[in-house]
Ligand binder design. Structure first.
Ligand SMILES: NC(=O)c1ccc[n+]([C@@H]2O[C@H](COP(=O)([O-])OP(=O)(O)OC[C@H]3O[C@@H](n4cnc5c(N)ncnc54)[C@H](O)[C@@H]3O)[C@@H](O)[C@H]2O)c1
Length: 399
């Protein structure tokens, strides 16, 4: 590290699951990335549930809290606003934060609709602030390594890409009707939630997408109403009143990449046997790579030898020679975790603020994802191939 450590005042809005993860991750940054010279400080958080505000002060160490997110946005010691509130609040909070001159990190999907994502991006552009969006899976060391191999031509030109996020968090019909299952609050269902990660990963590994043809399905049409003050993601309730699910459980997409590679993208929140299978597989002319978050510290790799033979996959464990591994562990096969991917992504965000440099997973990447989501929605209606349009090219920014 050269020069003095720079303090960045952070305000977090929404102290549910992600609010806690983000806050802990900011605190890890000076230890994991001392060379960045950044000291994030948890200045103030907001939540409309008093118990969550109190827990954020007592266990995470926030200096203050409020039931009004505007107090966070306007706080003079807050340099960066981190939006971990539910989707329906992303647009209003992120836009207000940018207009107040604050750097903005927004969890995916950064708004309920492609229009909201674009509006947030436009506000951030106009304000000239640094942005970040929660595409944490692409920051995993073995995903970064796969990308390096592709960039260096080790796998040859890509011909195929398959991306998927199969989750079982809503497989039970007793999983409650939280905001995630309501179009009004979440926007799309699996398309906004799980497929945001899948599309961003496809952009990162295989480049811009030209055209899509897609389908969707809701398998569980009614769910029990959510209790008032409880977690939203994994809560179940047996019996009691129920309500209608108004967005999709499953999304399937055939894609054509601008490079000529062909692919499939799939996501489901109610699938049996897979709990968090955020995965990719890509085949090039001279090799292939396969990664699954459930085994996030391994890359399955196939490469031609000097004689041009290709003999199937070998498992490569994460080690000090892979990106970011040494920031966490000194030896090979001593793995990272889910929260470590957020430490890496938030480190990139605060480092960007200090260096005045926009990182690869900002709102530009989110607009590129939104453009694909837009085309997928059009394809649901038309039943035909739909073109993504020009802005997909923005996805290929370098880390
Ligand atoms: N990147 C990832 O891996 C990942 C994982 C989960 C969720 N997410 C995203 O993070 C966001 C939050 O998801 P979550 O699972 O933490 O949700 P959650 O429901 O657990 O938490 C949301 C919090 O926001 C609070 N809130 C609601 N209205 C508010 C208001 N007006 N002002 C302040 N706070 C308010 C709620 O009380 C709750 O504590 C979503 O956009 C989701 O898509 C990303």
């Amino acid at each position: 590290m050269s020069g003095p450590v720079k303090r960045i005042g952070v305000g977090v809005v929404g102290m549910g699951w992600m609010g806690g993860v983000h806050s802990r991750s900011y605190l890890q940054i000076p230890q994991r990335f001392p060379e960045a010279g950044v000291q994030p400080e948890l200045v103030i958080c907001a939540d409309d549930v008093a118990a969550r505000r109190q827990a954020a002060e007592s266990t995470l160490g926030f200096a203050a809290s409020s039931d009004d997110w505007r107090v966070v946005v306007e706080h003079p010691d807050v340099d960066a606003v981190d939006v971990t509130a539910p989707n329906w609040l992303h647009h209003e909070i992120a836009t207000a934060a940018a207009q107040a001159g604050k750097h903005v990190f927004c969890e995916k999907p950064a708004g309920r609709t492609p229009e909201e994502t674009r509006a947030i991006a436009a506000a951030a552009d106009a304000a000239g602030v640094v942005t970040g969006v929660g595409y944490n899976y692409r920051w995993a060391p073995m995903v970064q390594y796969a990308r390096q191999l592709i960039e260096s031509g080790d796998l040859g030109a890509l011909t195929h890409y398959r991306g998927r996020f199969f989750a079982g968090y809503a497989r039970s019909e007793h999983a409650v009707l939280s905001w995630r299952f309501q179009e009004e609050h979440a926007g799309a269902g699996t398309l906004g939630d799980l497929m945001s990660h899948v599309i961003d990963m496809a952009h990162f590994i295989a480049g811009p997408i030209d055209a899509v043809v897609a389908n969707q399905k809701t398998f569980i049409a009614e769910r029990p109403l959510a209790p008032e003050v409880e977690g939203t993601h994994f809560t179940e309730r047996v019996g009691g009143p129920s309500g209608a699910v108004t967005n999709e459980d499953y999304v399937g997409v055939l894609v054509r990449f601008a490079s000529g590679a062909q692919g499939t993208l799939e996501g489901c929140r109610v699938i049996a046997a897979h709990d968090c299978q955020m995965a990719l597989e890509t085949n090039g002319r001279r090799g292939a790579a396969s990664w699954d978050f459930e085994r996030m510290n391994e890359l399955r790799l196939a490469r031609e030898d000097a004689a041009g033979n290709l003999r199937g996959f070998q498992v490569v464990p994460s080690g000090p020679d892979h990106p970011f591994h040494l920031n966490f562990n000194p030896g090979p096969a001593i793995g990272l975790s889910y929260e470590d991917t957020l430490v890496i992504e938030l480190h990139d965000f605060v480092r960007g603020i200090v260096e005045g440099k926009q990182g690869p997973t900002g709102l530009g990447a989110a607009v590129a994802v939104a453009d694909v989501q837009d085309a997928i929605r059009r394809s649901w209606r038309s039943g035909s191939w739909e073109s993504v349009g020009d802005t997909g090219a923005a996805a290929r920014t370098e880390p």
